[in-house]
Design a protein around this ligand. Sequence first.
Ligand code: X2W
Length: 260
Amino acid sequence: MDKVIFKIGGSILDELPADFYQTIVFLKKSKQCDPVIVHGGGPAINKELSKSQVKSVFHDGLRVTTKEVLRIAEMVMSGSINKEIVKQVVQAGGVGFGLSGVDGSILKTVPYDPSGKLGFVGEVEEVEVGWLQLLIENGAIPVISPIGIGEDGQHYNVNGDVAAARVAAALGGTLVFISDIPGVLETKDENETLHSSLTNHEITTMIESGVIYGGMIPKVKSAIEALKAGVKETAIINGLNPTDITDFLSGKEVGTKITM
Ligand code: X2W
């Protein structure tokens, strides 16, 4: 069965309705696909860092991760957020199996920046798909927190989009970025139209001309990165309207499909 990797960013987590999780569980139970969830947690990490008065800075979209930042990022993502998503999956009637990339060394990771400037930011070198397949075959929906592990046991903070792309590429699945808007929209003569599919080249032009702007830029860039990382198909879909997910998977024109 097709595997569909749903990336849920930290900024949308609190907004997702119960319907979203019911849809994911329905897809699994009706054997339409095997869903896998990979989540982030940027805003919740920020909140916890400021509570603990730990400063953190970003470098090219990656959080410079000291030992203390790593401790808090892991606590927030592999603890609170991961278990909250598992709870939602269970409440929707499914088997949510929460784990981080550390467990079973699922995300085999090396330092992203060997010079050490980014601290414990990790680059995923290999995804141990065997454990994920075992969970999937046994009826579970894996819920993965993006903390990876090195050969020496050191933990690393991995960007959520990157972790999702690596997992999707390794499982040979479709990667769906869950958004709070219907996809990539363009306003022309005061009418908003949805782009049902876009190529890498079209996206570059649309960023340059300002059609794609603000918060959509990191989403489309992550989609392109995912394709470069070997994901066959990627899309941006509205998680606030979960029928968009089922419609998309049945081939209807919803969301924005992004191809090379
Ligand atoms: C991210 C991990 C969380 C993340 C961070 O520390 O914020 C790095 O930047 P979203 O919500 O998906 O953005 N890690 C290395 O990616 O969360």
